[in-house]
Ligand binder design. Structure first.
Ligand code: CAA
Length: 415
């Protein structure tokens, strides 16, 4: 079992992110939430401080600091503003398909541009009719000569409109069951590629989430990730395994940030002749909130370490566990923080309601928490043979009905 490993380098990037979060992000977070615009000064701060190269391998222009470092950075940014936290994290999500499935030439071409901040990158997987069922997508890419022609539309593209590069998943073989989908890189400005709808959102309002439309968009066949068609679903799933700890870290940052506000407020707010922090009921809440945050942090770091050390057997399960756990904690802790602020917490001139609004989407995107728990359960069921000896301790009459099943029914039940 891989243990948690936090390198000196990862701690360095956490410190850099903390400084950017406090000096640049927090002072403008409310304004950009109000106007629902992307703060370009935050992007400049990422670039000037080298933050966009944290997860990108050194040989492709990045710092090669790994997923733990990425998570620490996302946590720090989200502690100050969930919207700018995800605006940063989506660059990792968009570039992971290239890291996971790209050819050497593709990595050399695109990853340095992302690492330097010259180009932001977005991830186009979901569609109107294909959210949780990502494999049910309809967007198509047809090979014509030495070009792919893309037609269709994508939903909920975070950073869409401001990103220069997009990793787009499309059906290249409608007749194949397991090799239907491929990933392609599409550059902003390619004829036929447009942003049609900028969503008006409950939270993460500083980052644009849009619909991207593809109307006979032609890209060179060399933009097909990995150089051979049909690998897209695996690349997308491998990407999400790397990216989900980042969403968990976003939830963790929101929970940590809300907890800090709740403690600060509870110490100053006087009721019944004493401050809230001295009341047992409030201490009970703060105690639970703090413990949940620390439990989430442990799971995020454990999952991120599993990626960094190449613990392939655990990555899928731990990524799903930490994503669902930490983002549920984010929702619970931010809601409790609003409760501690009382009536003021509900008002927009106080900073805490934004945390609760920002937290909600973390339970939904990059795979709903219900999908995550299904992934966890599938992993547990797959690993059940490790302790099949426990059958010797379970009385057999429970299984009478099961044993009466035909061989076909048994096979279906086990699959
Ligand atoms: N790594 C590599 N390959 C994987 C994999 C993984 N983690 N998980 C599955 N696969 C492979 C399987 O081995 C299988 O391959 P074969 O066909 O060769 O056997 C293939 O993929 C299909 O696997 P499943 O049968 O498990 O697929 P499924 O249709 O049952 O779906 C799912 C699995 C887990 C539900 C998946 O569809 C899923 O994760 N859904 C959620 C989608 C999602 O997370 N969307 C987020 C969009 S991004 C976003 O939100 C961004 C943003 O705005 C910030």
């Amino acid at each position: 079992m891989s243990q948690i490993v936090i390198s000196e380098e990862a701690l360095h990037w956490k410190e850099v992110a903390h400084k950017v979060a406090e000096e640049v992000v927090r002072p403008i977070a409310k304004h950009f939430d109000d106007v629902q615009e992307y703060p370009d000064e935050v992007r400049q701060a990422y670039i000037e401080n080298g933050l966009l190269g944290v997860w990108i391998p050194k040989e492709y222009g990045g710092h090669g600091a790994g997923i733990v470092a990425l998570c620490l950075v996302i946590e720090e940014l989200s502690r100050a503003c969930g919207g700018t936290g995800v605006a940063y994290a989506v660059n990792a999500l968009g570039s992971f398909p290239i890291i996971v499935g790209g050819t050497e030439d593709q990595k050399k071409l695109w990853l340095p541009q992302v690492a330097s901040g010259e180009k932001m990158i977005a991830f186009c997987l979901s569609e109107k009719f294909a959210g949780s069922d990502a494999g049910g997508m309809r967007c198509q890419a047809r090979l014509e000569g030495d070009e792919y022609v893309i037609n269709g539309e994508k939903k909920w593209t975070t950073n869409g409109g401001i990103a220069s590069l997009h990793t787009v998943f499309a059906v290249t073989d409608p007749n194949s069951k397991s090799r239907r989908i491929s990933g392609l890189v599409v550059e902003k400005g390619t004829p036929g590629f447009t942003v049609k709808k900028v969503e008006d959102k409950m939270g993460i309002r500083a980052v644009p989430v849009v619909e991207t439309h593809f109307d006979n968009v032609r890209v060179p066949a060399s933009n097909l990730l990995g150089g051979r068609p049909g690998m897209g679903f695996k690349h997308a799933m491998g990407t999400l395994d790397l990216a989900r700890p980042g969403v968990a870290a976003q939830g963790l940052g929101l929970a940590q940030g809300a907890l800090e506000y709740a403690v600060t407020y509870a110490l100053r707010r006087q009721q019944f002749g004493q401050n809230l922090a001295s009341m047992g009921v409030i201490q009970d809440m703060l105690g639970k909130m703090g413990s949940k945050v620390e439990a989430a942090r442990g799971l995020v770091l454990r999952a991120a370490t599993a990626s960094d050390v190449g613990d392939k057997a655990s990555v899928n399960r731990l990524a799903a566990m930490c994503k669902s756990f930490a983002t549920d904690v984010a929702m619970e802790v931010t809601t409790d923080a609003v409760q501690i602020f009382g009536g003021y917490g509900f008002m927009k001139d106080y900073p805490i309601e934004k945390y609760m609004r920002d937290a909600k989407i973390t339970q939904i995107y990059e795979g709903t928490n219900q999908i995550q728990r299904m992934v966890v359960a599938r992993n547990l069921i797959k690993g059940a043979s490790d302790y099949s000896y426990l059958n010797d301790y379970i009385p057999t009459e429970t299984f009478d009905t099961y044993q009466a099943l035909s061989e076909e029914e048994l096979a279906a039940a086990e699959s």
